[in-house]
Write a protein that binds this ligand. Structure first.
Ligand code: ATP
Length: 357
């Protein structure tokens, strides 16, 4: 596999009083032809990392390479990288076709070649019908497609996308998520996508880097990040999670034996040699409600909320902690529990994950 972008001890401090350390010390490898997402809350440093890759900002220290060569001496316009911004930044007085061809024109590409590429790009984003329409007269979703086509037209090796779907309404955003994934697969260009929306990251990405406070907390495929979060921040940021206190009895390979505060012994998945008191993360859909006494945990069912496809069950455990379960409304699932019932909660071995501190 070829590495498209690599960062080593990459640090960015914005001057000021006090200075802001936007990136602490980033180590990262993004593969060629990968859909790679930087995911994290507002202010965690996602855009800063994107701007360093684009060349709009300079790092304070560290290495930043593209295809094995340092990017640091290369000005933005010499990097085979293009960016799609949140606000699209289209030229409103130009037509769809003129907007898409603009970058190529600036590069001095011959007219015939521009025409052919613009045609191809319009087909790729399904905008051929509106080629001669001014971009001030098309919808938000259509503007997004034009912005994408314009950024793809010079055939960059890497496309940076800074929250490009955030201005779209929910339904259109869903549609564009699939569209973006298709575009990335068809063009075989490396996409580096920035978002604070965990669902967006999970549905589109080959791999995700979860960031907080200028640092990368975990890099992994969507399933790894969701099922095997490395620490409490990642478990909390992505999806709903129950946290349980436990103590490690023993560890064999990636399986830990633990004692819960209720005294029950359970098995959980552990990434590294955790010891002593730990926190377990358990997804609501991985747990099941049982009769009292038959579960690993015991408590009182506080609330039952019916959602059509599934039901959310809120349990107050006997130690006072709140616990959420999500059960599919399949005919095989016992949904006869009602609020106020004494209940048990059970979960399969290794469904829980031991978190790093
Ligand atoms: P958002 O999702 O809100 O865009 P982000 O994760 O992209 O956030 P950055 O824009 O990279 O975060 O900002 C990281 C930190 O650096 C923040 O604390 C921000 O206030 C600070 N910052 C960003 N740009 C500058 C600047 N030009 N000068 C000083 N501080 C900055």
């Amino acid at each position: 596999m070829t590495v498209a972008v690599s960062a080593e001890s990459l640090r960015k401090v914005y001057p000021g009083s006090p200075p802001v350390e936007a990136l602490a010390s980033i180590d990262l490898e993004i593969q060629d032809n990968e859909f790679f997402t930087l995911l994290g809350p507002s202010g965690c440093g996602k855009t800063t990392l994107l701007r360093l890759i684009a060349g709009f900002e300079h790092p304070t220290s560290g290495r930043l390479d593209m295809f094995g060569e340092s990017l640091l001496e290369s000005p933005p316009y010499k990097r085979p990288i293009n960016t799609v911004f949140q606000n699209y930044a289209l030229f409103p007085h130009m037509t769809v076709a003129e907007n898409i061809g603009f970058g190529l024109q600036m590069l001095g590409t011959p007219k015939d070649s521009i025409k052919a590429t613009v045609g191809e790009m319009m087909e790729l984003v399904q905008m051929s019908q509106l080629a001669d329409r001014q971009t001030s007269q098309i919808s938000g979703g259509q503007q997004q497609r034009v912005a994408l086509a314009r950024a793809l037209a010079p055939r960059p090796k890497i496309l940076l996308l800074d929250e490009p779907l955030s201005a779209l309404d929910f339904k259109l955003r869903k549609q564009m998520q699939l569209e973006l994934k298709r575009l990335q697969t068809e063009t075989a260009i490396t996409f580096i996508f920035v978002t604070h929306d965990q669902e967006e990251a999970l549905t589109m990405s080959d791999r995700i880097a979860v960031m907080s406070n200028g640092a990368i907390r975990q890099i992994g495929r969507p399933r790894e990040i969701y099922d095997r979060p490395a620490d409490r921040f990642v478990a909390d940021f992505i999806g709903d999670t129950n946290f349980l206190s436990a103590e490690v009895i023993s560890i064999t390979g990636e399986t830990a034996q633990l004692r819960l505060s209720s005294g029950q012994v359970v098995e959980a998945h552990a990434n590294d040699g955790s010891q002593g008191k730990v926190t377990l993360a358990l997804r609501p859909e991985h747990a099941q409600l049982t009769a009292e006494g038959a579960g690993v945990l015991a408590g009182t069912l506080r609330e039952v909320v019916y959602f059509g496809t599934d039901t959310h069950l809120y349990v107050t455990l006997d130690d006072g902690d709140e616990f959420i379960l999500r059960q599919q409304n399949a005919p095989t699932i016992d949904n006869s529990f009602t609020a106020g019932d004494r209940v048990g909660v059970t979960f399969p071995a290794r469904a829980a994950q031991v978190l790093r501190d």
